[in-house]
Design a protein around this ligand. Structure first.
Ligand code: FCB
Length: 405
């Protein structure tokens, strides 16, 4: 059996807007109301009410950690108006996790913003990040005693590109300039948030927190080994995978690297146009691989390769997301098993990995794709909110029990 290190974290992840339901004060909800996105999140999984029941399932499945996000628009539904009730709610969420032996990993920004913040211009305006930082100061001040692991911002580049370049997430813009501005603003904001969090722990005389981002990493593989493809893969790695990490690392503001890994991007570029160099993928079905239900290639080796690449930063890694949407639960188990094998290979190469957090604990609202992609270890019947534990979850539970595969 391939063993994982003692104290390895095993768990699953969620994000507020995708599971809680009725996040009426954020920009996504507003876009849903205006029918700018196809499907509305509505009651989602009712996790805001049912969290304790969901954490019971995580516990039964032997998890020892859980990643979730705090919804800023619940904490501060109107500018400057902090909801004590919402703060109390998340305090209870954390207390419930801890009572069940689940270490909380808390995300502070997972794609959604309070509507009032977006109306002012959101992340396109550098001076507005003071609002997010005030929220960070407040909520971390309240919860520091019970949380050790923080993720400031989930997938900053996925957020900026989907909201400001691809135009698919609110505010659905298509501006390269704004995409760049938002990305730079998020980097600046992470750096400041990191410092605020560390200061709070010092002031409260608590032991050092572990603060990072969750970086979305893709395996950029070239289809044919020509110069153009090599250049394209180099640029994509540089820009999409490592730019943000390196930028915040220059300010020494990562205590570990949070990695979200899903898939491969097969690079095959047919022209020298910048847009093609940066985005064109193979259209000829060269090197076909099994896919998830959204058509993303399943490529476990990519995780191993990226982990080796991260070694140069000299930081531990926490897999903050890895998962598959599929209606075929056998395929889900294959996906998990194969990725754990690659993780183990990386461990054997001396990479420090703290844990594996699967996306997601329960099926949920997959943003502009709605409710059809099923990523959950646990299925959700949206008519009655009944949960059903999948076989893959039980198999993962056995791996966790053995701390090995
Ligand atoms: C990631 C997001 C997460 C979820 C998964 C499938 O990019 O962080 O919210 O949507 O993809």
């Amino acid at each position: 059996m391939k063993k994982f290190p003692q104290g390895f974290f095993w768990g699953a992840s969620t994000a507020a807007h995708q599971v809680e339901g009725a996040n009426v004060h954020n920009d996504w909800w507003q876009a849903e109301e205006r029918r700018c996105v196809k499907v509305a999140s509505g009651a989602a999984c009712k996790h805001y009410e049912l969290y304790a029941q969901d954490f019971d399932l995580a516990k039964q499945l032997n998890h020892n950690c859980h990643r979730f996000s705090i919804e800023w628009s619940r904490i501060e539904p109107q500018e400057g108006n902090f909801s004590l009730e919402a703060i109390q709610h998340y305090r209870q969420v954390i207390a419930d996790l801890k009572s069940k032996g689940l270490e909380p990993v808390v995300t502070l920004h997972h794609f959604t913003n309070p509507a009032w913040f977006s109306q002012k211009g959101g992340w396109t305006k550098f001076n507005l990040n003071k609002y997010f930082l005030r929220f960070v100061e407040r909520i971390v001040g309240e919860l520091a005693q019970d949380v050790r692991f923080w993720v400031t911002i989930n997938e900053p580049l996925v957020y900026s590109s989907h909201a400001y370049f691809l135009g698919v997430w609110p505010p659905q813009e298509r501006s390269l300039l704004k995409t760049v501005k938002v990305t730079l603003n998020l980097a600046e904001t992470h750096i400041k948030a990191y410092r605020i969090i560390h200061r709070i722990y010092r002031q409260q005389a608590l032991s050092r927190p572990m603060v990072s981002i969750a970086a979305n990493l893709q395996a950029f593989e070239i289809c044919r080994a020509n110069f153009r493809n090599k250049l394209a893969a180099y640029l994509r790695n540089k820009l999409y995978n490592f730019y943000f990490i390196e930028k915040v690392l220059r300010k020494k503001t990562l205590d570990y690297i949070g990695v979200n890994y899903y898939s491969r991007n097969l690079v095959d570029v047919k022209s020298w146009k910048l847009a093609d160099l940066l985005a064109q993928t193979c259209q000829d079905n060269h090197f076909p691989l099994p896919k998830n239900s959204l058509g993303w290639d399943i490529y476990p080796q990519g995780l191993y390769k990226l982990l080796l690449r991260l070694k140069r930063y000299g930081l531990a890694v926490l897999i903050t997301e890895n998962g598959i949407c599929t209606d075929n639960d056998d395929l889900r188990w294959d996906y998990i098993r194969q990725h754990l094998e690659q993780l183990h290979r990386a461990l054997a190469e001396g990479i420090e990995i703290w844990g594996y957090i699967y996306w997601s604990l329960i099926d949920n609202f997959e943003w502009d794709k709605g409710f059809t992609p099923c990523f959950g270890l646990v299925g959700v019947d949206y008519r009655n909110f009944k949960r059903t534990v999948r076989e893959s979850a039980v198999k993962l539970a056995a791996v966790i029990k053995n701390n090995g595969i």
